[in-house]
Design a protein around this ligand. Structure first.
Ligand code: PEP
Length: 249
């Protein structure tokens, strides 16, 4: 079965009420390929989720940028998967490198979050990726395999998982991976999944690329056979995000 192109917009910790309205207006007015060609998911900060969900066109979905690792309760400052489900937020981004590095989220913690969120009925964009130091040491595949293995040990049903390969050195730096670099890791990840999970999952799971994707580089990246879409940070706050969605066709 063909893997449907997926474009996620990660707004990170950005925006005001009026800026959010402006971006949503641009998205709502955009002429993009139909939903059988591309799946678009917008991820604003938690506080803007209801606003974006209410105003956004119905063919785009929304995602939270994080969720707590278990049932809510005495966890000040956290947002539970149950709350997201209650607000009818279908997707959540987990394991973003900014949380792994700044908030010290380990592979196991991220995997527990992925498993819990899936168990509550959320769909998950699970992020993995190596640092520049790890790439230069030739450890890229070891690192992303370890991150994926932690998830695979806790997740049996991958149908609601999108795997986002986001090399840390490419995130927010303007240094995008070359199409060949992205394709190489995606192929290796698919073969890791085939060996360690199943050939069906390896074939069906969408592996998207993230890291300085822009209107200028998206078409060539999208042309790689194993690049099934993008997770876009900085450019998702700009009108060029529409061009990135159009790279699906
Ligand atoms: C991201 O935050 O997931 C990301 C890929 O950021 P950027 O596109 O800005 O590199």
């Amino acid at each position: 079965m063909a893997r449907k192109f997926f474009v996620g917009g990660n707004w990170k910790c950005n925006g005001t009420v009026s800026e959010v309205n402006k971006i949503v207006n641009v998205l709502n007015g955009a002429d993009v390929p139909p939903t059988d060609v591309v799946e678009v998911v917008i991820s604003p900060p938690f506080v803007f989720l209801p606003q974006v969900k209410a105003a956004l066109r119905s063919d785009f979905a929304v995602a939270a940028q994080n969720a707590w690792v278990k049932k809510g309760g005495a966890y000040t400052g956290e947002i539970s998967a149950e709350m997201l489900v209650n607000l009818e937020i279908p997707w959540v981004i987990l394991g973003h490198s900014e949380r792994r590095s700044l908030l010290k989220e380990s592979n196991e913690f991220v995997a527990d979050k992925v498993a819990y969120a899936l168990g509550q009925g959320l769909k998950v964009i699970a992020c993995i990726g190596e640092t520049l130091e790890q790439r230069e040491a030739g450890e890229t595949m070891t690192v992303v395999a370890e991150q994926t293995k932690a998830i695979a040990e806790k997740v049996k049903d991958w149908s609601n998982v999108v795997l986002a390969y986001e090399p840390v050195w490419a995130i927010g730096t303007g240094k995008v991976a070359s199409p060949a670099q992205a394709q190489e890791v995606h192929v290796d990840l698919r073969s890791w999944l085939a060996t360690n999970v199943s050939s069906e999952i390896a074939e069906s799971v969408r592996i998207i690329y993230g890291g300085s994707v822009s209107g200028a580089n998206c078409v060539e990246l999208a042309g790689q056979p194993d690049v099934d879409g993008f997770l876009v940070g900085g450019a998702s706050l700009k009108p060029e995000f529409v061009d990135i969605i159009k790279a699906a066709s």
